[in-house]
Structure formats: structure tokens, C-alpha cells
Design a protein around this ligand. Structure first.
Ligand code: KG4
Ligand code: ZN
Length: 378
């Protein structure tokens, strides 16, 4: 079975083609193509993702990304690329998007694909909407069924790929940490899952990005802060000031990062000058606060739910200090299998969406084809 996945929930325009073999309960996934077009450059001047710019860019990028994904998968051989120049570089009202893709779809030949899966939420609604409209138009053109997938279930499903597959045992806990989400999810099996904790305000990656901005570091700030924090540890620079560990003893599995961000802001405002050494110290103390909170909550969830596996997804797991601390949980819980997807699958991509869609067909889980910004795990 060949599945095409489409992901546009935030600032990545992504399309993947995967092949699924084996029986339904024990599938073997193979990537035929995996294309991700990041919009970081378009949002950088604003210090964060701007929903209407994301929408405009998805409308423009989707045809390019589709052609590249089909081409890499060997499903189309040549294509009149000049047709892509006809797509306007401006913010198009929703009612006009299909019209501006119509010449492009005219050129798409019959393709051997069995199913199209598109992210329907959670995410930025204008951005989600473009992917859904594109998927529907492609499905109509090719006569292929289109189904929806939950972005967060995609992050969880990404561990089904590659070498991790053998090791995943249920029950499991998933820790999802990205620019848009901070969630702990309990999975009895692929069918039965429950969100047990989430951020009550900023997502963890968002907190990294906002604090980076206070330190005049470019967007996205997570990797920048993490570089400074690593340097601070190496050079033994630490801050003579403690930031809070918000909600660390709240007795539930929820997170909060907004107070921490404000604490950093007030601290910086109290200083006559922000030297390079202060920046190093702030980055390290801020990162330590985040890591301590995440590890503490995850550890409590493990103690309460006794999972056999811990799945970690989302761009913030690129943070090496956090990753080290997560892997270290094995010293307390030696039986726990800790699963982190391969690097290109930790950040937003469409391979995970194609897999999540496949699981939906097995689990008979149906999502309406409409943008649901606050879609929850069910
Ligand atoms: O999953 P992702 O690529 O996109 C979504 O937000 O869905 O995650 C991006 C987030 C950004 O907020 C970025 O600053 C953060 O992940 N991030 C990091 C690191 N690398 C990326 N945060 C901390 N340390 C890092 N090394
Ligand atoms: Zn994501």
C-alpha cells in the first residue's frame, strides 16, 4: 500500500510517500520520499511563526514540495516546472486557493497512490486549512481517498520507523516537546490513549524562543540557547541567581513556562548591563530549570503509570543536555525502553503523518477533513 502524507500545521510544508507492507497488525514501513520545506527564514524577522505568512507560504510551496516528493519516490518522471511560476506570491483568500492551483493540478498525471493522509490538527488553523484543501483537490484529481490525521499522534507514531520498531512495548508514555506543544500522553496501546498532562501556557520550545529573543539571539532560539548553555557548562560559568521551576510540585502532570520566562525578563531588566557572561549564565540556568521540570514530571508519570516504554518526540529533543537527562532515566528505571525517533522524524514532517493515517485505518479512527486548531488526543 502506498500512502502520501501532507503536513502543514505550522511552519513546515512537508510531503512524504511511504510504502506499507506486511499484515495489518505488524506493518513494515519504507520511506519512498520525505520532503520538508522549512519556512524559518520567512518568520525569522518576526521572532516567531506568523499564521498568515505560514498560510501564504504553504499555498506557494505545496505544489513544489509535491512534485519533489513524487519525483523522489519515482512516481512521476518529468514535470513542466514552469507551471509552478504561475502561483502568486501574495496572501490569497481561502476561496481562491484552489483556483491558483488549478493549472498545476491539470499537469499532474495519474499516479499509483492508495491513500492520502493530511494533518487536520492541532496547529495553526490557516496553515492546516491549506494542507486540507490541497489534499482534497489532489484526491479529487487522482480519484484517491483522503483521510485526516492528528499531528500529535504523528509524533508518537514516528517511533514505529526504523530500528525502534522492535522495542516498543505497551503501555507507554509519550513526552511531546516542541515549539507548539508540551504534553505527556499515556498509551495503553495504539488505540487507547489519554493526555495526562500539558502546558497551561507557553510550550517549551516557545519559552526557549522567547527567552532567546530577550537575549537578542536569532529565531529559532532553542538551538542558540542550548549552544550558550553548553558553553557555560564547559567554561564553568553559572549565574548567581536561581530561576523558578514552575509547577514542579503541582501534584499533577501539567507544565507552565510563562512564569519562568517572566522571571528571566525581570532579572535581565534588573541589571545595569547584559554582558556576554550574563548571557551564558542565563542560558544555562534557564535550560537547567526547563530540564529539571521536564524530567521531574516525566519521572512522576513513570512512577504512577509504570510504562514499559517512553516515547519522546518534538524538536526540543535536539537539545543534547535534555536528551542526556532523558536517557539517564534508565539509571532509575532500567527496564524502561526509551524511544527517540531518528533525527529527521523528531521535527515536523509528513512521514509521521502518513504512518498515523495508516494506524487510523487499522483502528477505524476517523477525523473530519476540517482544520481543528485545538484537536485533542482521543
Ligand atoms: O518540532 P519542531 O521542529 O516544530 C514545532 O514546533 O512543531 O520544534 C521546534 C522548536 C523550536 O521552538 C526550537 O527553538 C526548539 O524546537 N528547538 C530547541 C532545540 N532545537 C530546536 N530547543 C532547545 N534546544 C534545542 N537544541
Ligand atoms: Zn510537531
Amino acid at each position: 500500500m502506498i500512502i502520501l502524507g501532507i503536513e502543514t500545521s505550522c511552519d513546515e510544508t512537508a510531503i512524504s510517500v511511504i510504502e506499507v507492507e506486511g499484515d495489518l497488525e505488524n506493518p513494515i514501513f519504507k520511506t519512498l520520499s520525505h520532503v520538508v520545506h522549512s519556512q524559518i527564514k520567512d518568520h525569522e524577522p518576526f521572532g516567531g511563526v506568523v499564521p498568515n505568512i505560514a498560510k501564504r507560504e504553504h499555498i506557494r510551496n505545496l505544489p513544489y514540495v509535491l512534485v519533489e516528493a513524487l519525483h523522489k519516490a519515482g512516481l512521476i518522471l518529468d514535470f513542466k516546472f514552469s507551471i509552478l511560476n504561475k502561483i502568486p506570491n501574495e496572501n490569497i483568500p481561502n476561496s481562491k486557493a484552489r483556483e491558483c492551483w488549478s493549472d498545476f493540478f491539470e499537469q499532474i498525471p495519474k499516479i499509483k497512490i492508495d491513500l492520502i493522509v493530511v494533518t487536520v490538527g492541532p496547529g495553526l488553523e490557516p496553515a492546516l486549512w491549506t494542507g486540507i484543501e490541497f489534499a482534497k483537490a489532489l484526491g479529487e484529481k487522482l480519484g484517491i481517498k483522503v483521510i485526516g490525521a492528528n499531528h500529535m499522534e504523528g509524533h508518537i507514531a514516528s517511533v514505529l520507523f526504523g530500528k525502534n520498531k522492535e522495542k516498543l512495548n505497551f503501555p507507554a508514555i509519550a513526552l511531546l516537546i516542541s515549539g507548539g506543544h508540551t504534553e505527556l500522553i499515556y498509551l495503553k496501546n495504539w488505540r487507547t490513549k489519554e493526555k495526562i498532562g500539558e502546558t497551561v501556557d507557553d510550550a517549551v520550545g516557545e519559552a526557549f524562543d522567547k527567552v532567546a529573543r530577550m537575549l537578542s539571539l536569532p529565531y529559532p532560539g532553542g538551538p542558540q540557547i542550548s549552544k550558550l548553555a553548553d558553553r557555560a557548562r564547559e567554561e564553568r560559568v553559572s549565574l548567581n541567581h536561581k530561576f523558578p521551576r514552575p509547577m514542579i510540585n503541582s501534584g499533577n502532570f501539567n507544565f507552565s513556562f510563562s512564569g519562568l520566562k517572566t522571571a528571566v525578563l525581570y532579572y535581565l531588566k534588573s541589571l545595569p548591563e547584559i554582558t556576554d557572561e550574563i548571557k551564558l549564565g542565563v542560558a544555562r540556568e534557564f535550560e537547567d530549570s526547563i530540564i529539571e521540570t521536564i524530567i521531574s514530571k516525566t519521572q512522576k508519570a513513570i512512577l504512577e503509570y509504570q510504562p514499559k516504554s517512553l516515547i519522546v518526540g518534538g524538536g526540543v529533543i535536539s537539545n543534547l543536555e535534555l536528551r542526556k537527562n532523558i536517557l539517564n532515566l534508565n539509571s532509575k528505571f532500567p527496564e524502561l525502553k526509551i524511544l527517540i525517533p531518528e533525527k529527521e522524524l523528531t521535527t515536523d514532517n509528513a512521514t509521521m503523518i502518513a504512518i498515523a493515517g495508516y494506524l487510523n485505518t487499522i483502528n477505524k479512527q476517523d477525523y473530519p477533513l476540517e482544520a481543528q486548531g485545538n484537536l485533542r488526543i482521543t
